[in-house]
Design a protein around this ligand. Structure first.
Ligand code: ADP
Ligand code: MG
Length: 698
């Protein structure tokens, strides 16, 4: 294998390339834009564009595109070639500063939730200079934000950048209060751990449910599932290892720091984790990672499934969003410090997160809500739909001591006064990793574990950043006016712990008794499904907070709520229609054919010797005939439930009908079909079974 450092980032127009290919003046001006958000003048943009184009052409690019993240959840690109006619009948390669900064794709076919009236089909894309341009195939991709002509965000990046700015602004106020006057910028960083399944392409092609919906809609439990716990961290099979090797290489070329890879809990399930980076870059990188994972899989005769629940009965796939705050100079604000003052500052940021998570449980829950993720969060799988925070015993004891004003056992039995006394050293909790908590403090970062494997991480981080910005704003407003900073600080931390400790839970989140306690005793929210939580995006307190920090306008929130519910409805409808289709044209005929074989066998046996009872054939035939009847009835009922949706205009009402009627009917149809599968001769079954799919990659 070649030396990674020789080709790492070779397809990225990164800082090294900029420095080498731009004049010192242009480079400095661009750096100012990247680091401090300074406006870019057109002369500089022209110079950057020219250098970018030359570099891209040298690397084989013929086209460029503004690369953006519309609300479909995937990325979008529209390729233009660099060519421009030259007077001699040939072509020259051109790319101007204007083309770099702004694009005008036709926005009419992207979801806008009513934001972009049809007469105003145009939207525009605007360069995000903080995320490096890169080459994919023969195309230079310029990361951009995507807005309507009225300036409303039509994508996930715009509000993400706004939320980072909101958090930056409030965090700086707090740092200045602690005397860190030279801090200019606070950024959030994220390392998303990505789970996925690999199955063979050959089997994938044979299943319409996988092809149309990304998940299996039928499938009886195989004799072997994940009960032996033999897959997690197990030896990686050669075919999978070859896939991972090529995947890593492609990601490294794009400057994506793919770091860890291992088998996951379920058979055929794996995980990839990159080294963390600034949130908007981590978001771009995660989108690219998902795209490349799928592309490389096909080259290896495999298919990479990113759905949250491709298989019933085995673990689903999620994405762990490791999140922290870093001040310029690299200080992690969620890392306990060395001095009393640093410790007090750490505790204040910690409290800001605790308060944010509690106050905006609903926003965090809905930021990860999709039809696919409902199968994890709403079902009996970790993490649950109830949001709670895991802090670990040590930190918990410290917070309790502060709240009650009692001595912390770890100190010399003195009461602790923040900002004055030294806090005990917290050891990073390595013993209890608490894998079931939806939101866990893991030493110097929080790990938000509710994200679905196919989700863009943008949504979760927008809400997390905004909610924490709000806590910090409340703190800063109070502390800036305080007569005695230390007293006010101590009191505020104490009050936060008292008011919000009900969201802290260090036990087992899988446990049913926890859900009962969380909801009944602690009053925590338990929104099991997307229709349950999504409308709360428009609750007054949420609109007030998100508009106050200029993360969303009210119109943008309304449109997003509508789009998310629309996505939910469309997703389940495609699933329902695929089920109807498969039941009618594949499963019922297969069962019927096998019944005929059983009947023919019985007749043939009787013909040989009329005293043969044919108990096996007739017994099985009767059972299958009953199931066949069930399948027909349940298919009709599902069709009826789907038909009823046609008259519903309101998307919220439609989502409730799907939740309450359609999904139940889908479940009933599946039960009948799965039972039939267990009784039908394998050669009649029309598509690969769970056993085939889960253990098919050798
Ligand atoms: P785990 O044991 O859960 O895999 P790791 O410490 O290996 O935990 O980290 C998992 C992810 O968290 C990686 O993507 C890593 O880069 C990221 N991470 C580590 N430190 C931070 C941090 N300060 N901020 C954000 N992400 C971080
Ligand atoms: Mg982790």
């Amino acid at each position: 294998m070649r030396n990674v450092s020789d080709f790492f980032g070779s397809k990225v127009f990164d800082d090294r390339v900029m420095k080498a290919n731009l004049s010192a003046k242009v480079y400095q001006s661009l750096r100012k834009t990247i680091d401090e958000g300074a406006k870019l003048d057109i002369g500089v943009a022209n110079a950057v564009a020219a250098a970018m184009k030359d570099w891209a052409v040298d690397h084989g690019a013929t086209h460029y595109t503004h690369w953006f993240q519309p609300l479909t959840g995937v990325t979008a690109e529209k390729h233009d070639s660099f060519i421009s006619p030259s007077p001699d009948g040939g072509v020259i390669m051109e790319f101007s500063g204007k083309e770099l900064i702004k694009g005008e794709p036709d926005a009419s076919s992207f979801p806008s939730g009513g934001l972009r009236a049809t007469f105003e089909a145009r939207g525009y894309t605007a360069w995000d200079p903080t995320s490096y341009a890169f080459i994919k195939g023969n195309t230079l991709c310029v990361p951009t934000a995507f807005c309507s002509y009225g300036g409303e965000a039509l994508d996930k990046k715009t509000p993400l950048l706004r939320s980072m700015e909101a958090l930056n602004k409030q965090a700086i106020r707090i740092l200045h209060l602690f005397g860190n006057d030279d801090v200019k910028c606070v950024r959030t960083s994220v390392g998303p751990e990505q789970e996925y399944f690999l199955i063979t392409k050959e089997m994938y092609e044979q299943r319409r449910d996988l092809r149309f919906t990304g998940r299996t809609l039928f499938g009886a439990k195989p004799p072997k599932g994940q009960e032996m716990d033999d897959h997690y961290f197990g030896v990686i099979k050669p075919r999978v290892a070859a896939y991972m090797e090529e995947l890593n290489e492609e990601l490294w070329k794009l400057g994506i720091m793919a770091k860890t890879e291992h088998n996951e809990v379920a058979p055929a399930q794996h995980e990839l984790a990159p080294i963390y980076t600034t949130t908007n870059i981590a978001t771009d990188h995660n989108q690219l990672t998902m795209e490349i994972m799928q592309k490389i899989a096909v080259k290896h005769g495999l298919v990479c499934l990113l759905h949250e629940k491709p298989f019933a009965g085995v673990n689903g796939s999620g994405k762990h969003n490791n999140w922290s705050l870093t001040a310029d100079g690299g200080v992690n604000l969620l890392s306990p410090g060395e001095t009393p003052y640093e410790n007090a500052q750490f505790l204040l940021f910690l409290c800001a997160v605790i308060k944010a998570v509690d106050d905006y449980q609903d926003l965090l829950r809905l930021s990860v809500a999709t039809a696919g993720n409902d199968h994890r969060l709403g079902a009996n799988e970790a993490p649950p739909a109830v949001i709670s925070i895991f802090l670990g015993e040590e930190l918990n004891a410290v917070l309790e001591a502060i709240e009650t004003g009692t001595p912390y056992a770890g100190t010399e039995k003195t009461q602790m006064k923040l900002g004055v006394d030294v806090l005990p050293k917290f050891n990073r909790d390595t013993t209890d990793r608490n894998r079931t908590s939806p939101f866990a403090f893991t030493g110097n970062k929080f790990e938000f574990r509710m994200l679905g494997s196919s989700n863009s991480i943008a949504c979760a981080n927008i809400m997390l950043n905004s909610a924490v910005a709000e806590s910090l704003k409340i703190y800063a407003d109070r502390l800036e006016k305080a007569e005695n900073f230390e007293d006010a600080l101590h009191e505020m931390i104490r009050k936060t712990i008292k008011d919000h400790k009900h969201v802290i839970f260090n036990g087992n989140g899988y446990d049913d008794t926890w859900i009962k306690e969380a909801v009944e005793k602690r009053g925590l929210l338990n929104y099991r499904t997307t229709p349950d939580c999504m409308p709360h995006l428009l609750d007054e307190k949420n609109v007030r907070m998100l508009t106050a920090h200029k993360v969303f306008s009210e119109a943008e929130l309304k449109s997003r709520c509508e789009i998310m519910l629309e996505n939910y409805c469309k997703t389940v409808l495609i699933e329902a229609n695929t089920m109807i289709d498969m039941a009618k044209t594949e499963i019922a005929p297969a069962v019927s054919a096998y019944i005929l074989e059983l009947a023919n066998t019985a007749v043939a046996k009787k013909a040989v010797d009329s005293s043969i009872t044919c108990g096996y054939e007739t017994g099985l035939l009767k059972k299958l005939a009953r199931l066949e009847e069930q399948i027909a009835v349940k298919t009709d009922e599902l069709e009826e439930a789907v038909m009823k949706l046609k008259d519903v205009e309101d998307v919220e009402a439609e989502s409730y009908m799907i939740r309450d009627a359609v999904l139940g009917k889908m479940g009933e149809l599946r039960v009948a079909c799965d039972e039939a599968e267990t009784m039908t001769a394998k050669k009649y079954w029309p598509f690969p079974t769970y056993g085939d799919l889960l253990f098919g990659v050798k």
